[in-house]
Design a protein around this ligand. Structure first.
Ligand code: AMP
Ligand code: GLY
Length: 422
């Protein structure tokens, strides 16, 4: 089977690596891919959905996998399915679970899925009234997609009011913020849980933890994620059971009942408060960098998981995972997440250590191949060093040994990824 992957990040690179190992995959294509995905397959410069569909028809693409949320929200799945192409991801309608925080919160409320107490509003008076009823910290969220930046955790009522006023006036997030969600702050530990869904059935992947802040000890600004690990020992069978019963099953049933069955990755952002999983948010795609740790844990062929999910056949899949741990450390460019940095050549030392060679790898993200055929760091999050091991400590040690082999001017990374588990 030929497979097309939509996207350009480390997430898509890691999906590509998993498919590359899969004997039933022939040719791999990326649209647009990055400066390193051309080593796994062929990069395409097409982005128009109809032209991509034409490409799939003329190149016998048996499966398309969509990495990022934007093309999903824009309806790539609807367009591909209308012409009979097999594609892994939710419809535009189902993608509202990520595309609109108001849709998501109201959906959770309709189906009694536990989530933080909230209001949705476009009225400043309503926002102020609700803020006055809460104790700080208070969370204010823009309704629409804001590239992960539309959430303000205000440390006082005044700050929450200011954030609401700025969003509602359109000055902070434009149209994405002209409706907002204000909600209570949940104090607990955060998990990233992924369910691969085919509309009816689902497979839950090992639970992961992301590290969203730039600096060690979870300090500094929020980022797209500076590292992750899986499976996390912070999730026991009881939490998995609660997630199944209270979250995933009612969500999939609810989506079906509302005429938009969910097919693709349901990314469940969970806060565990006193042992109870409470939903922070849904995304309709893999997390990045969580995907980079989950893909190498997959023992079953990746194409089986994605193809069976895309074709409504997960009940006939037996998906297995390696009994191992993965830790991924993001190496970012100098000015991330504030601004872009000058391109810097990436130099990777030869790995002479057999143990490291066998149990670690790099997932490339913000990289470009120069005319000189060398790899340059050109994005914010440049690459992810992934270590595998029989324990989290072993996986972490290998990930950081690999970090030591990678050089580019201005590189930065956290040195404490997976600390919660150690
Ligand atoms: P979101 O984009 O909704 O995932 O929010 C980004 C981050 O803000 C989350 O990963 C949490 O760390 C934090 N966050 C969002 N909502 C809440 C909440 N109600 N209580 C505490 N933290 C939150
Ligand atoms: N790592 C979190 C996200 O992809 O949204």
């Amino acid at each position: 089977m030929n497979v097309l992957i939509i996207g350009a990040g480390g997430r898509e690179y890691s999906i590509g690596m998993a498919l590359k190992k899969d004997e039933s995959v022939d040719n791999l294509y990326f649209a647009p891919g990055n400066g390193a995905t051309d080593e796994l397959g062929e990069n395409l410069t097409i982005s128009d959905f109809d032209e991509l569909g034409d490409f799939c028809e003329s190149n016998s693409i048996g499966l398309t996998i969509v990495g990022p949320e934007a093309p999903l929200v824009d309806g790539i799945v609807d367009r591909f399915e209308a012409r009979g192409l097999t594609i892994f991801g939710p419809s535009a309608q189902a993608s509202q679970l990520e595309g609109s925080k108001i849709f998501m919160k109201n959906f959770l409320a309709r189906h009694s899925v536990p989530t933080a107490k909230y209001i949705e509003t476009d009225s400043i008076e309503d926002a102020y009234r609700f803020i006055n009823s809460l104790e700080a910290p208070i969370v204010v969220k823009a309704d629409g997609l804001c590239g992960g930046k539309g959430v303000i955790i205000a440390t006082s009522r005044d700050e929450a009011k200011k954030a609401s006023a700025e969003m509602l006036s359109g000055s902070s997030f434009g149209d994405a913020g002209t409706s907002i969600v204000v909600e209570e702050f949940l104090d607990g530990y955060e998990l990233s849980v992924f369910a691969i869904c085919d509309g009816e059935d689902y497979v839950v992947l090992p639970a992961a933890q992301d590290h969203k802040r730039l600096l060690n000890d979870d300090l500094g600004p929020n980022t797209g994620g500076m590292g992750a690990y899986a499976p996390t020992p912070l999730v026991d069978d009881e939490i998995y059971r609660k997630l199944d019963e209270r979250v995933i099953v009612p969500t999939l049933e609810g989506m079906r009942a509302e005429g938009m069955p969910f097919k693709g990755v349901l990314f469940i952002g969970v806060m565990v408060v006193d042992g109870e999983p409470i939903i922070l948010e849904y995304n309709v795609r893999f997390g990045d960098p969580e995907c980079e740790e989950l893909m190498p844990l997959l023992k079953s062929p990746a194409s089986e998981l994605f193809y069976k999910a895309a074709t409504g056949d997960l009940k006939n899949a037996k998906i297995e995972f390696h009994d191992k741990y993965a830790v991924g450390v993001v190496m970012a460019s100098r000015d991330y997440p504030y601004k872009s940095s000058e391109p810097a050549q990436i130099i990777i030392d030869d790995i002479v250590h057999d143990d490291l060679e066998a149990n670690s790898h790099i997932s490339f993200a913000g990289v470009t191949r120069g005319d000189d055929d060398k790899l340059y760091a050109t994005g914010g999050r440049v690459l992810v060093c992934v270590g595998m091991g029989d324990s989290i400590a072993e996986a972490q040690q290998r990930a950081y040994m690999l970090v030591g082999q990678v050089h580019f001017a201005g590189k930065q990374c956290r040195t404490d990824i997976a600390y919660q588990a150690l």
